[in-house]
Design a protein around this ligand. Structure first.
Ligand SMILES: [Zn+2]
Ligand SMILES: [Zn+2]
Length: 649
């Protein structure tokens, strides 16, 4: 088996790694929040942010801790760039509006190595490795560890961690304890929810195979299960199930991100035998543990891509907004290497075309913005593969709800304002840095290719760990490209035409329809078509809403994959709130389909337009003058889909 750790018998592992922290005094029962709303409130948060505890985070220069990230999310000011001559932060930064919930998700993989080589009190701080390699330059850990997690069979650095890697695993326990305690301390039921989490950072072939692992409560494994422990998604869930004991109230879910950079590696059944039973088990496991995905974050959109030959439908120009990858748009890469911890730029550049992947053959270097693109790299086409697999094996392995996040590496969760972006990774803390190309000279998809990221929205009865976690499990969640737009989608067979005018609209919708994230069961009356309640309220600190679009994906009778963007409401000068009942008259009883809602704002400036304005005209870089990066974007929000499984008649 790939990467299986044979030094630890599994039974022992199970007993040793499950822990219960201090009694869960933080968790109150549902009835105890006075603002509890059975028709659900919208809460906004960020389930993806890094602090100095991540080996690659610019937060390391600031010394920002998980506690600082929690403070920032709650609206407190934290230390920020610029740094003085002694590398101490001089600046301060504050979020425009506090968040309702947060998960700090530092990379789980190298918590031990980070702690050993960056904490002066560590016994390993002065070892040759830490001195000459880890601390050689800011980019050294990123390059060294980046190489480890880009292997299919990753292994820790023997010089530091020993032959089995056990030493570094043990050293991870202390920083993980800090992360846990920071979340438990910040969690304030009914007011602010803080989850314990970490990032699983598999990057085989330099493609994104990344997931965040979020725990329901305070009961979590003693240390994270990382890509080094479990180099396949199926192994991750299996190993987490072994150490996250439900009898001890440990519960978790995983959230994939940057599928846009995955080169087909997020496709289901990775490295599993081609056998229906195995595929079914995989699909059921994934359905239970991976309910949602990130559609948008600082490294681009993962909603859709134009030009896939396997999907029928018209091009959608909104797919290109904050798209890092486009079919037909080549990527130029510099040759880089690392020598004794120092980053060395080689001579020459390579232009790599961006083409569709050969069926079932994954590509490489997505994290560098290069390599092939597969239908499973983008939500819209990926959901169609899910419907197709459901027909093949009887279970849908890609049934994902939608959130968005920042994935910010500067401990500033939810800092998504285009007009006031202060960067997400190293080198982005000044306008000129953000207008350049790539972090630390690496050909990563950052700086001018990047953006501030988005937010996760949930519809939950109240702001508690249980209520928000349950909302994620039932996929009653949405993503936004930053603004706090509140979109809602219900699907049913008997929705009243005048429902939008009803003061009990939401209660009626819950009674007569299913909310986003659910399955719409077939109706007994075979002549009926499904109706949708589509509703969105603007963010009053952002632009007005211009349109509501229903995105439909379906399998036709020939088995083709189809997509359509249906414009269901348009307000050319914008609206504060849009509500409409839409009937799908093209519905076919025997065709499996999904529907999700996209609420789109009036056009507004992209972040780099503001940054260009901050620089004197004569000093502005080329990107400020060229049209390579559009000056205008459309902010939007996406609901989770509603699924319909075709019936044979
Ligand atoms: Zn990641
Ligand atoms: Zn991340």
């Amino acid at each position: 088996m790939v990467g299986c750790d044979d030094t630890k018998p599994q039974i022992k592992l199970k007993q040793e790694t499950v822990i219960i922290t201090t009694p869960d005094l933080n968790i109150l029962t549902d009835a105890e929040c006075s603002n509890r709303n059975p028709n659900m409130n919208a809460f906004f948060g960020d389930l993806h942010v890094h602090t100095s505890y991540s080996f690659d985070a610019v937060a390391g220069n600031l010394g920002a801790t998980p506690e600082d990230a929690n403070r920032f999310a709650r609206g407190e000011e934290i230390a920020f760039f610029p740094l003085d001559s002694n590398s101490r932060p001089l600046g301060r930064l504050k979020i425009d509006r506090p968040l309702d919930f947060l998960a700090v998700t530092d990379h789980g993989e190298f918590l031990g190595e980070w702690s050993m080589c960056t904490k002066q009190e560590s016994d390993f701080y002065n070892t040759d490795f830490c001195r000459e390699q880890y601390r050689a330059s800011e980019g050294s850990p990123l390059m060294m560890f980046g190489q480890i997690i880009s292997r299919e069979t990753p292994k820790r650095i023997v010089e530091l961690c020993g032959e089995t890697g056990k030493l570094c695993e043990e050293q991870a326990i202390s920083p993980w304890t800090d992360i846990r305690h920071a979340a438990d301390k910040a969690n304030d039921p009914c007011k602010f929810t803080s989850f314990i989490g970490y990032e699983y950072t598999g990057s085989p072939g330099n493609s994104s195979y990344h997931r965040n692992v979020i725990f329901r409560g305070s009961s979590v494994p003693k240390s994270p299960i990382t890509y080094i422990d479990a180099p396949l998604d199926s192994m991750l869930w299996q190993k987490l199930d072994e150490v996250c004991d439900t009898e001890q109230e440990c519960d978790y879910l995983t959230i994939p991100h940057n599928t846009n950079l995955s080169n087909g590696r997020m496709a289901p059944y990775r490295k599993l035998p081609n056998n229906k039973k195995v595929k079914k088990d995989y699909a059921q496991h994934r359905l239970r543990r991976e309910p949602i995905m990130e559609i948008f974050q600082h490294k681009g959109t993962s909603e859709c891509v134009n030009g896939l030959t396997s999907v029928l439908g018209q091009p959608d120009e909104l797919c290109d907004i904050e798209a890092i990858r486009k079919i037909g748009k080549p990527r130029v890469l510099k040759a880089l290497s690392i020598e004794r911890g120092q980053l060395v730029a080689g001579v020459g550049e390579t232009e790599i075309p961006t083409e569709e992947c050969e069926p079932k053959i994954p590509g490489n270097r997505g994290i560098l913005g290069a390599g092939c693109i597969d239908a499973t790299d983008f939500l819209r086409s990926s959901l169609l593969i899910g419907l197709q697999e459901e027909e093949n094996i009887g279970v849908n392995p890609i049934k994902l709800g939608i959130i968005a996040a920042t994935d910010n590496h500067s401990a500033t969760p939810g800092a998504v304002k285009e007009s006031d972006w202060n960067g997400s990774v190293s080198g982005e803390d000044t306008p000129l840095g953000r207008l350049g190309f790539g972090q630390l000279g690496l050909p990563l998809t950052t700086a001018i290719d990047s953006n501030p990221g988005g937010l996760a929205g949930v519809w939950a009865t109240e702001n508690t760990r249980d209520a928000i976690f349950d909302a994620m499990l039932r996929k009653e969640v949405f993503g936004t490209s930053g603004p706090r737009i509140k979109p809602r989608l219900f699907g049913g067979w008997t929705l009243d035409e005048n429902l939008c005018a009803n003061s009990e609209m939401v209660a009626e919708a819950y009674k007569n329809a299913v909310p986003m994230g659910s399955d719409l069961a077939p109706n007994k009356d075979l002549n009926r078509v499904p109706k949708f309640l589509a509703h969105a309220v603007r963010d009053f600190e952002s632009s007005k809403l211009q349109s509501l679009q229903l995105i439909k994906g379906w399998l036709d009778t020939e088995g083709n994959l189809n997509n359509k963007v249906i414009s269901i409401a348009e307000f050319p000068t914008g609206s504060d709130e849009i509500c409409i009942i839409y009937a799908d008259d093209n519905f076919k009883l025997n065709q499996s389909a999904y529907y999700y809602l996209r609420a789109v704002e009036l056009p507004s400036p992209r972040w780099h337009t503001y940054d260009c304005d901050k620089i004197a005209v004569e000093s502005r870089p080329e990107v400020c003058k060229s049209d390579d990066y559009p000056k205008i974007i459309r902010e939007m929000a996406w609901t989770s889909p509603i699924w319909y499984q075709g019936v044979q008649n």
